[in-house]
Design a protein around this ligand. Structure first.
Ligand code: PMP
Length: 401
């Protein structure tokens, strides 16, 4: 049998080293559990950075994918197919909006949102071509494409990939005064994560998102919420923006929209805003393909039940209560987050975040450290209460708490 070590060595020999994964090689998975090539089971405390909100191979999603595999999987956008209208209608309705631009990955959808805002700025707001400005936040993560890393503040993500795309201004996340000053007559959009995932699950100060909403409305600037990681149930609501009663002008969605089965992303907005496109101005071969639409339609139907959001809220309370208790032990220095989503800063005396991840792996729990001293906890929303409790028990043990 090929061992994990062999497979990792072969992968290292033949793939670009763009990641630093934990040394576990997964062979199968179901629900909140993954099994490695040696048959060892691990509790998934990361859920593919929120792409697996419904767990691994949820039966409803597998059934939807299977049924679609028997019908048609791809037409490209050269021809219509019979799942597309339903996908757009249902997704727009879930968002309380009108129009959908389908893409495949989160970064692509962010790129599409940037293009949409610029075209809108030019065609509707009257911002001179080449003058459009988009305001973003420090600590952001919106993906890895050249334009998107142009406004990253993470040196690792950005260094040596220039020249960078102009037209972005970075303000500190959560700083309303800076935001107000950054909005000028050529500003077409503010692009924010309502909670910054990759930055360590950073929740902005209360009232910030609502104030940005008010400011952007006043100045005729589009408020674009990147809910690729925060959206679709993770925080206990369908959208993280809802916690502040905020409705943005545009949602950027991805990850969980494909149910962990297919890459699906989308920009969702008003008919006016997405109406700026003419045929030929934007697109993707795979965007809105039949298989993607079929799975996403099932995802939307599952979200409509409200069960997953309710579960994230309920278990999230438990998660944050238990993690909060760790603060008193001195093993962690901060806990942030909302719903079934937490960033835990590890105190130096308890080791690095990487060491904590490795020790957790040895105990059968998979999380991921970030570049800072943070461990992110984001289990699938289908995790059982006892499983969650067991995983947290492993964390307490690893931290010596
Ligand atoms: N936006 C946010 C908020 C994200 O968290 C991510 C992925 N971590 C992306 C965009 C990029 O998504 P993808 O990896 O699918 O390109």
């Amino acid at each position: 049998m090929t061992t994990a070590e062999d497979l990792i060595a072969a992968a290292d020999a033949h793939s670009a080293h763009t990641y630093h994964p934990l040394p576990v090689v997964v062979a199968t998975a179901e629900g909140a559990w993954m099994t490695d090539v040696a048959g060892r089971r691990y509790l998934d405390f990361l859920a593919g950075y929120s792409a697996l909100n419904f767990g691994h191979r949820h039966p409803r999603l597998v059934a939807a994918a299977r049924a679609q595999l028997e019908r048609v999987t791809l037409t490209s956008r050269a021809f219509h197919h019979d799942r597309f209208a339903a996908f757009c209608t249902e997704l727009a309705e879930l968002c309380g909006m009108e129009t959908v631009l389908p893409m495949n990955t989160g970064a692509e959808a962010v790129e599409s949102a940037v293009k949409t805002a610029r075209k809108w700025g030019y065609r509707v707001k009257g911002v001179p071509a080449e003058m459009a400005k988009i305001v973003v936040a420090g600590g952001n993560f919106h993906g890895r494409t050249t334009t998107v890393i142009s406004f990253s503040t993470d040196p690792e993500a950005r260094a040596d990939f220039g020249p960078y795309t102009p037209g972005f201004e970075i303000v500190p996340y959560g700083d309303l005064t800076a935001m107000g000053q950054a909005l000028t007559e050529n500003t077409v959009a503010v692009l924010l994560e309502p909670i910054q995932g990759e930055n360590g699950v950073v929740v902005p100060p209360e009232g910030y998102l609502a104030a940005v909403r008010a400011l952007t409305r006043e100045r005729n600037v589009l408020f674009v919420a990147d809910e690729v990681q925060s959206g679709l149930g993770r925080t206990g609501r369908t959208f993280a923006c809802e916690h502040e009663g905020v409705v943005p002008d545009m949602y950027v969605l991805g990850k969980a929209l494909g149910g962990g089965i297919v890459p699906v992303s989308a920009v969702v907005s008003s008919a006016e805003v997405l109406g700026v496109f003419r045929p030929g101005e934007h697109g993707s071969t795979f965007g809105g393909n039949p298989l993607a639409c079929a799975v996403a339609l099932e995802v939307i139907a599952m979200l409509r039940t409200g069960e997953f959001q309710a579960r994230a809220a309920e278990l999230g309370e438990r998660l944050h209560r238990d993690l909060g208790a760790l603060l008193g032990t001195g093993a962690v220095t901060a806990v942030r987050g909302r719903g079934l989503w937490a960033g835990v800063d590890i105190a130096p005396k308890a080791g690095t975040a990487r060491q904590v991840s490795e020790r957790l792996m040895d105990r059968g729990v998979l999380v991921k450290d970030t570049h800072r001293a943070t461990v992110r906890i984001a289990p699938p929303l289908v995790i059982g209460e006892e499983e969650l409790e067991w995983g947290l028990e492993q964390l307490r043990t690893v931290l010596g708490a």
